[in-house]
Design a protein around this ligand. Sequence first.
Ligand code: NI
Ligand code: MN
Length: 229
Amino acid sequence: MTTKITWLGHAAFSLDIDGQRVLIDPFLSGNPKAAATHESLPADYILVSHGHGDHIGDTVAIAHRTGAKVIANTEIIHWLIGKEVANTHSQHIGGGYHHPFGYLKLTIAHHGSRLPDGGDGGNPAGFLITTLDGHKIYFAGDTGLFLSMSLYGDEGIDLALLPIGDNFTMGPDDALRAVKLLRPKTVIPMHFGTWKPIEQDAAAWVERVNAETESQAVLLHPGDTFTLG
Ligand code: NI
Ligand code: MN
């Protein structure tokens, strides 16, 4: 049983968990760094962290085409039902649920969540996924640094996906502090380089993580896949 994590650019990921395809924040249309098009992407589940356009992205189109189950907070699910997305599951922060791909818990994120048409996106979230084979993946979503990351770290994180872009989320310095709180085995940076305000030297950040923490940082390029062994 393996879990493969493919970065699709920005905060969009495609997870292959023992053959089940889990998309996270599938923002592809209008994403200058997109490594896939929404018309051809397979999906069994779609996880949406918050309502902003660069995260809800192509969720409605992919859900209509594939019938994938969309998982998000109650407000976003209510909005999606209004867009005739039929297969949904709502959760909220602190709550976990056993899905066929593993146990998914919604985590805190300090950010906004308004939907593109002005709809109420509730509170933004991150995701803590315990895969069927026991690997723990933390997707921080869009957030600033917060001390409770240490509590998530206590759970034993194998892979953390952290924003480093600055301006809208943690920048490189706070993301480095986040790594020290989360203590993941591996960390992959995201939410940088998509547009001018979030351009960062991600290779330099990876070097800092590897020099200053116990975690191993891995730099992906859009389209690259990391395999959890
Ligand atoms: Ni956002
Ligand atoms: Mn964002």
